[in-house]
Design a binder for this molecule. Structure first.
Ligand code: BEZ
Ligand code: FE
Length: 304
């Protein structure tokens, strides 16, 4: 029965409309989406004008997206949805390094670099060395792991945000861990920065009296055959906004002091002046999971 539907019967009718969905996971997702979305609308009881405002907001969010700007990821981030997805998926790998948000700026390929190379040749600021080991949950090194890193410059901008000012690839690097699973690269100590506020997400923050800042960090994606890929950050220990990240992405296990290393031999090995600042993080990977996770096919099926 799909006529004369009211608040009591509409939700059941929409859920019933999905009953022949061949993919069980897709069916589950759509049923749950319907239940929650209808529940939300019933609770908020928007006026027609408010509903139109919501549609306009989502339309503007889509229109703000292009090859190097992803306003929907930003929206998911400031609503805590990205972090919820990360945290749920992390529960499957409790012994691995904590993951955190991908963010909207992993939009270009990082240039392949050799260990020790400077990822920020066009950035001014305090030189630092970032180093660590890629390990398995058993404590064994993972030689050959691929380590993709990206960071903003000290003015708080990623390369893709400053065409004509920064070359694409400044602040980025793709490294291969050595035979001991070790990695090391040079950069500048990142600073805290505001997420982009010139779009609908900025209007949302403004309307809700929220600040747009993220504490200083460097992004990592670490991948190796036979292991679950890990998306994470190293956060600079004494950064402002560690306790109020605009996207709720700080895990204390990822906050590391960037300390001064006085050892001249280490400085010579890393080809930096002595003394130098360094941030150290070991990254532990979990063996690959072979069951279907929430990240798998469903979202792609819906998107088609
Ligand atoms: C970032 O760290 O690049 C980022 C993450 C979430 C929203 C905006 C930026
Ligand atoms: Fe970032």
């Amino acid at each position: 029965m799909t006529t004369d539907l009211g608040p009591e019967t509409l939700t059941a009718a929409v859920i019933d409309s999905f009953k022949n969905t061949p993919d069980e996971r897709l069916k589950t997702v759509l049923e749950s989406l319907t239940r929650h979305l209808h529940g939300f609308v019933r609770e908020v009881a928007p006026s027609i004008e408010e509903w139109e405002t919501a549609i306009d907001f989502l339309t503007a969010t889509g229109q703000k997206c292009d090859d190097v700007r992803q306003e929907f990821i930003l929206l998911s981030d400031v609503l805590g949805v990205s972090m919820m997805v990360e945290t749920i998926n992390d529960e499957e790998t409790p012994d691995a390094t904590d993951s955190t948000v991908l963010g909207p700026f992993h939009m270009v390929e990082s240039p392949e670099r050799t260990l020790g190379e400077n990822i920020s040749p066009e950035s001014e600021g305090e030189v630092c060395v970032v180093r660590g080991r890629i390990l398995s949950v058993t404590g064994d090194p993972v030689p050959g792991a691929r380590i993709d890193v990206w960071q903003a410059n000290t003015k708080g901008f990623y390369d893709v945000q400053q065409p004509g000012i920064q070359s694409i690839g400044n602040g980025r690097g793709l490294f291969t861990a050595d035979d001991n699973g070790e990695f090391f690269f040079r950069s500048v100590v990142p600073s805290y920065y505001p997420i982009p506020t010139d779009g609908p997400v900025g209007s949302l923050l403004n309307a809700t009296a929220r600040h747009p800042y993220r504490p200083a960090h460097i992004h990592f994606i670490v991948a190796a055959p036979g292991f679950k890929e890990l998306t994470t950050h190293i956060f600079v220990g004494d950064s402002d906004y560690i306790d109020s990240d605009a996207v709720f992405a700080v895990k204390h296990s990822l906050v590391k002091p960037f300390t001064t290393n006085p050892d001249p031999e280490a400085a010579a090995a890393f080809e930096v002046a002595s003394p130098f600042v360094e941030g150290v993080i070991d990254i532990v990977l979990h063996p690959a999971l072979h069951h279907r996770t929430p990240h798998d096919a469903t979202t792609k099926e819906i998107a088609r």
